[in-house]
Design a protein around this ligand. Sequence first.
Ligand SMILES: C[S@@+](CC[C@H](N)C(=O)[O-])C[C@H]1O[C@@H](n2cnc3c(N)ncnc32)[C@H](O)[C@@H]1O
Length: 405
Amino acid sequence: MDPPTKRWGVRGEGSHLRELASGKLREQLIGGSSERSEQVVPLGYISGDNQSMTDELQPHKRRVRYQGANPRRFQDKYKELNPAAAAHDSELQKVRARGQTPAGTHRPICVREILEILAPKPGETGLDATLGFGGHALEILPHLLPGGRLFALDVDPIELPRTEARLRAAGFGEAVLLVRRMNFAGLPHLRPDMGEGFDLVLADLGVSSMQIDNPARGFTYKVEGPLDLRLNPQRGRSAAALLQSLGQSELAELLRENSDEPLAEALARAIVLAGRVTPILTTTLLADLVRRVVRAEGAADTLEEDTRGTLQRTFQALRIAVNDEFKVLDQFLAYLPSCLKPGARVAILTFHSGEDRRVKKAFQAGQRAEIYSSVAQEPIRASFEERRDNPRSSSAKLRWAVKAD
Ligand SMILES: C[S@@+](CC[C@H](N)C(=O)[O-])C[C@H]1O[C@@H](n2cnc3c(N)ncnc32)[C@H](O)[C@@H]1O
């Protein structure tokens, strides 16, 4: 098998067919050059009658492939730092109108609701613990001016510099926007810089659309990529390495604990057995295995839905594990009160029941201990319109808390 790093090109890249069409492989296979056939019948000689005969003699010319409304390759889609991107604006609008998020971008979720909760004011100090594409930060920053500032964190060494460059280019300098590449679990490290603490804090958990859309990050089962799933690929171990280290019962427990996966046992058995024969190094290898398990276990009438759900939960469970997402969230929630000014507002957006449970419990415990004066009783959901326009908002749950005076 080819090493996986060579295999995650776009479908058809480097294919033998293309070489055959260009004549290189044909020369190797049948000898002679493709130009020779061109000399047999001069081009102007072709008429309707002898078309089919001369077609055989013509060097094969590939039909120009329909490129669709949008570029197919992720590399071509990533336009955000390219000035030519402006020309793509109308295409991007079309993509959004179809309820999709253009690759290389991210649409902030529940913006109106979050602004209502955080109520940012001039002169205040805010924290965006998960900067991502900077969508929420861009909405919050103008309200903090003049005189205020926003601390912005993210663990992702690939996307963070791009986002920072974009926000700086939008006019937010170092005095107003302090960007740090760090895990929000390390909140206490901000103490020396944060003064008396934050007036408002936002955490929008999970992954951004840019991370999901980039095949090289391995976050999606939909395209081939290395089975990585790390928010910071420079630290820790990839999902592929994790899978190789786990036994069947450990993997089943991980799938149950992190994603409430009903097929945890069957999946763990199949993955561990297959991994003994060939290490599962790519997203598509894992996805194929999951599909086979669902087919073997599932009911025919719900097969498609079951498969999608199981794929999502399997990848999510691995992502949570490689990034230690529950542990870092618990640490963040534990340190948070000591970093808040009296009356500070907190908003946390989650996409997974395990995360929502943690936020809910931490806020309720904080209220009982009179650290928070009030907390959300129920999570706020994205509006019907937002869910329709941006399906990624469908699973979002927004909770809030207010620090006691
Ligand atoms: C859903 S996106 C945030 C999107 C952002 N609110 C926006 O509007 O563009 C989540 C981001 O949080 C980052 N992230 C996840 N866990 C983190 C952690 N423990 N510490 C810091 N950043 C984290 C991810 O790398 C990702 O960029």
